[in-house]
Design a protein around this ligand. Structure first.
Ligand SMILES: [Zn+2]
Ligand SMILES: [Zn+2]
Length: 334
C-alpha cells in the first residue's frame, strides 16, 4: 500500500494531485488546473483546462480575455478526476467564487483552503468546515498580533470622516477584486445609499459582481464627476492610485486604505494613509487556530504567509503540521 497522502505533493509551483495530473493554483501554465479563486497569485492564465467556479472563471476571463478550456464546477458539486480522485468545491468565504477544494482518494481526504475568512461577507457565501485528514491552510495573517476588528467599527470610522469633512472627499484604496465590492456592500448595509464614485479600473469587476447577483447600489465613475459633486463623497480606487496624479482632481481627499495590513502602522505610513481601515478578507490569528481546532485534521500543511508561528502553535498543541514552501504568492488580496 502507498504511504499516506503520497498521492498529493506540494511542489514549489503548486500542489500536485499526482494520479489525476492536476495542479491546484499552479504558478506556471499546466495541462490541468484546479483554481481556488480569482486573485492573480492563485489564478494564472495559460492552462490547458481550468476547473473552477463559474464566478472564478468569469473573473479569469475578464483578466486574461480567454475562456479556453474553462470547466465550471458549482459549490457542492463533485467531479471525478482521472486516477480515482474526486474533487468537490466548497465555499471559502474569501471573495466572489472563492472555494476550498476537497480531494478524496484511496479513503483519504485532503482539503485545500486557498485563501479564506470566517467573518460574514455580503458578497459571497460563508466558509464551510469540512472534516479531513490533511488540512492545507493559508496563513497570510498568521501572527498573534493580527486580530481583525469588527468591520462595522471600520465602516463607522469611514462614515464619520466623511460627515466631519463635508468639503473634502474620502478616497479609499481597496483591491479591485473582493475588497472594493465588500466595502461597498458594507457601506450599503450601514445605510449609506448615496452614489459611490469609482476609479475607472474598478468598474468592470463591480459590474461582474452585479452580474452574479451582488447588488452594489448607485456606482458612478470619477471621470464623469465635477469637483463639486465629489465634496462629501466616498471615492474608491486601487491602492496604486492612492498617491498618484490621478487623485489631484479630487477635492482635498482624506486618504484611506482598507487592508488587513493597516494593523501595522508602518504600512499605513508608507502609503501616506491618514485613515487606516483594518478590513481583511483573510482569517486572523484567532480564526486560523480556531479553524484548525474545528476541522481537527490528522495533519495541517501551512502555506501562503507566516508559516513559522502557526507551525509552532500546532506543535505546542500536539498537532502534526508542516510548512510548505510554495512560490509565487503575493499579497495582492490582503
Ligand atoms: Zn492569496
Ligand atoms: Zn486571495
Amino acid at each position: 500500500m502507498a504511504a499516506p497522502f503520497s498521492w498529493i505533493r506540494p511542489e514549489p509551483h503548486g500542489i500536485h494531485v499526482v494520479p489525476a495530473d492536476c495542479w491546484i493554483d499552479p504558478s506556471q501554465p499546466v495541462a490541468n488546473a484546479l483554481v481556488t479563486h480569482g486573485h492573480a497569485d492563485h489564478a494564472r492564465g495559460g492552462h490547458g483546462r481550468t476547473m473552477a467556479t463559474a464566478e472564478t472563471l468569469a473573473i479569469m476571463e475578464l483578466r486574461y480575455q480567454t475562456r479556453e478550456g474553462a470547466l465550471p464546477v458549482a459549490y457542492g458539486e463533485t467531479i471525478g478526476l482521472p486516477g480515482g480522485v474526486d474533487a468537490t468545491f466548497v465555499p471559502a468565504g474569501h471573495v466572489l467564487g472563492s472555494a476550498q477544494i476537497v480531494l478524496e482518494h484511496a479513503g483519504e481526504r485532503v482539503v485545500v483552503t486557498g485563501d479564506y475568512k470566517r467573518r460574514p461577507d455580503p458578497t459571497c457565501p460563508p466558509f464551510e468546515c469540512v472534516p479531513c485528514d490533511v488540512f492545507v491552510t493559508e496563513a497570510t495573517f498568521g501572527l498573534p498580533v493580527f486580530c481583525h476588528p469588527p468591520i462595522e467599527r471600520e465602516i463607522g470610522k469611514l462614515l464619520k470622516a466623511r460627515a466631519d469633512h463635508p468639503d473634502r472627499c474620502v478616497l479609499v484604496g481597496a483591491y479591485a477584486l473582493g475588497k472594493a465590492q465588500r466595502l461597498i456592500a458594507e457601506l450599503r448595509r450601514a445605510g449609506h445609499h448615496e452614489p459611490i464614485w469609482l476609479h475607472g479600473a474598478m468598474e468592470r469587476m463591480c459590474r461582474l459582481y452585479e452580474d452574479f447577483g451582488v447588488a452594489l447600489g448607485d456606482l458612478r465613475l470619477v471621470g464623469d464627476a465635477t469637483k463639486d459633486q465629489l465634496r462629501g463623497a466616498i471615492v474608491i480606487c486601487p491602492p496604486s492610485a492612492l498617491n498618484d496624479r490621478w487623485s489631484r482632481r479630487l477635492p482635498d481627499p482624506i486618504t484611506a486604505m482598507a487592508s488587513g495590513w493597516m494593523r501595522v502602522r508602518q504600512r499605513a505610513r508608507q502609503r501616506m494613509v491618514e485613515l487606516p481601515l483594518v478590513i481583511s478578507d483573510h482569517a486572523d490569528w484567532g480564526e486560523l487556530t480556531a479553524t484548525i481546532e474545528e476541522v481537527n485534521p490528522a495533519e495541517s500543511w501551512i502555506t501562503h504567509g507566516r508559516e513559522e508561528a502557526l507551525l509552532r502553535w500546532c506543535q505546542l498543541h500536539q498537532r502534526r503540521a508542516r510548512a510548505l514552501a510554495l512560490v509565487g504568492y503575493e499579497d495582492e488580496d490582503d
